[in-house]
Design a protein around this ligand. Structure first.
Ligand SMILES: [Zn+2]
Length: 275
């Protein structure tokens, strides 16, 4: 795997001589490896996404196993190698017990972790994505509205990974969008005015109220976004728009169709649990 890329402002946690990274991390993905090991994909503020082996994690008396469970926020020491990174110490800071005790919230948290895993490349610092996901896990853990958390995170994650959606001006003619004269084109990354011609198969319906919700998300923090209530119609519209936008971006990034389908299924499962 590639060495992590470090920018000069974020090397504080890295001991260059011993090549040990000391960092907070969210466990994005976890899978069994060999007889008793576990491989984790972690998200860190310093180096972004990183893959590491947790030796003996599945042994009953493992000191590391419980601290490196899926979705945990954990203090980690990671020995960085040319071919293999190894977790040498782990101390869980938050295992989000409340959200993990609820199937619906757990499914959403897993989907959001997988989405971040899909959108960001390995070894590139994404400090804002780390805090976005951590904030979402904390709000899910507090039983806050999972639909708003999901849609908010999707919109913000697109922005933070270079795919900010245009919500104010027509993506084709650049005029200000007038109320009730707009649609959405996921493959263009934003709203289009009613004067511009677009292949109908590319268009998604976008009501004025749904546009207002997206703009509210765009301008506010998650805690403020959670102050509103989404009715079914708005939820349906923005769910479709963001789903199509994410699929389009992942396919543009040449993500394997199988993986895109996997992510789509995770997302659909969360919708099924809520409805
Ligand atoms: Zn236009």
């Amino acid at each position: 795997m590639n060495e992590p890329t470090l920018d000069l402002n974020t090397t504080k946690g890295l001991n260059q001589r011993s090549r040990t990274l000391k960092t907070q991390a969210i466990i994005l993905r976890s899978f069994d490896d060999g007889e008793a090991d576990r491989t984790v994909i972690i998200l860190t503020p310093e180096v972004g996404k990183l893959k590491a082996r947790v030796r003996g994690a599945r042994k009953i008396n493992s000191r590391l196993g419980g601290h490196t469970d899926l979705l945990n926020l954990t203090n980690l020491n990671v020995g960085l190698g040319n071919h293999l990174n190894v977790v040498t110490a782990a101390d869980s800071l938050n295992s989000f017990v409340n959200l993990k005790s609820n199937l619906e919230r757990l499914a959403i948290a897993i989907y959001l972790a997988e989405l971040m895993n899909a959108l960001i490349p390995e070894g590139v610092p994404h400090r804002s994505i780390f805090w976005l996901l951590l904030n979402a896990l904390e709000e899910l853990n507090k039983n806050k509205d999972p639909l708003i958390i999901s849609r908010y995170l999707e919109l913000k994650a697109l922005e933070e990974t270079g795919y900010k959606q245009e919500l104010y001006r027509c993506v084709l003619c650049n005029t200000n969008i007038q109320p009730n004269q707009h649609s959405y084109v996921p493959s263009f990354g934003g709203v289009v005015c009613s004067e511009c011609t677009v292949n109908p198969s590319e268009l998604c319906t976008l009501s004025l109220n749904s546009l207002k919700v997206l703009r509210h998300f765009d301008r506010n923090r998650l805690s403020d976004a959670l102050s509103i209530h989404l009715d079914n119609h708005i939820e349906y519209e923005i769910e479709k728009i963001l789903e199509q936008s994410i699929i389009w971006i992942l396919e543009k990034q040449s993500k394997a169709r199988k993986f895109v389908t996997h992510l789509q299924n995770l997302r659909k499962n969360t919708a099924g649990l809520i409805s």
